[in-house]
Design a binder for this molecule. Sequence first.
Ligand code: PSV
Ligand code: MN
Length: 388
Amino acid sequence: MATPKEAKEVLKRFWIETPSWAYGNSGTRFKVFAQPGVPRDPYEKIADAAQVHKFTGAAPSVALHIPWDKVDDYKHLADYAAELGVRLGTINSNTFQDDDYKLGSVCHPDAKIRQKAVDHLYECIEIMGKTGSTDVKLWFADGTNYPGQDNLADRQDRLADSLRKCYDRLGPDQRMLLEYKFFEPAFYSTDVPDWGTSYVHCLELGEKASVCVDTGHHAPGTNIEFIVAGLLRAKRLGAFDFNSRFYADDDLIVGAADPFQLFRIMHEVNINGGFDIGTPVSYVLDQCHNIEAKIPGQIRSIMNVQEAVAKAVLVDQDALKKAQLAGDVLAGHEVLMDAYNTDVRGLLREWRSDKGIDPEPMKAYAASGYAKKIATDRVGGNQAGWGA
Ligand code: PSV
Ligand code: MN
């Protein structure tokens, strides 16, 4: 029987990366809502991320998105992050906001456009060298809207070729994470629509390429935990992008739509070694707060993830194995439900107190006055937003 002590041990080494773009303004294609105090440059985004780490004790790393987070001196940005107690993490590429990419980027029919996209990926890898990041995360908006628009297999060949060029640039300790998404912005075909396509490309590329599972990127009803179990078994689960969704790629607070699914995912992560010391899996949030406040929105997501992790670790593995081997369907199910229904909030409060931080991160952040301070200080300039 796993004990609260073991759950705390796992939580001690479990950390979450937050996305720089979560601190900027965001919205839907209908409206981007501006909020007071939103960062105006990557430095201010890092400062906000440091607050999330301060109050959760679990978010020491910040993912950057290029070119949204372009700066002249990445070493300077990395040093600034270190001063605030955080570090720069995954470098996310962006080949979806340039007019040239209307028909795709690395899969585009025109070799010149493909080269432009590959050059951008090279730039991301170069930035990793300066920031000390180990992961480049690739998500491609490539696809087609109409049958007959392009040759589907040729697009896969172009993708493989572009990925190979990028892969060959990776240093010995650098990784490539290939993210999939079943649709949007392309509506008929998407070039990396599912874990299988990503996995096949990663296998062809080599050991430094792994799959990124964004929990919002599947068709409704998809058994995401099955995908997670399979990728861990194949040693190709590189990262999660956590968010939750009711309909499409909603990018909502993690665990808001389906906390039980989040628990089921964490259970598979746990039993397949994803929380082990030295795990290759990185845990990243990818959510853009649309109507809620940015910093507490991230804090809430982290707390939800931690609760799911704690519950997953509390699953009585011996009882579960016994039930499964005996073919006792109801007993096995009950073991899982017992863990899921355990209230772990007290355990997490204790874990935070042990760490020397406030046991109630949401309340502590609200009382800190930081939101008021940034609203007062950050006047003038251009607020960062999705696409800027
Ligand atoms: C695409 O929808 C995605 O999940 C990718 O991770 C992008 O980098 C990110 O969202 C942009 O917001
Ligand atoms: Mn994502």
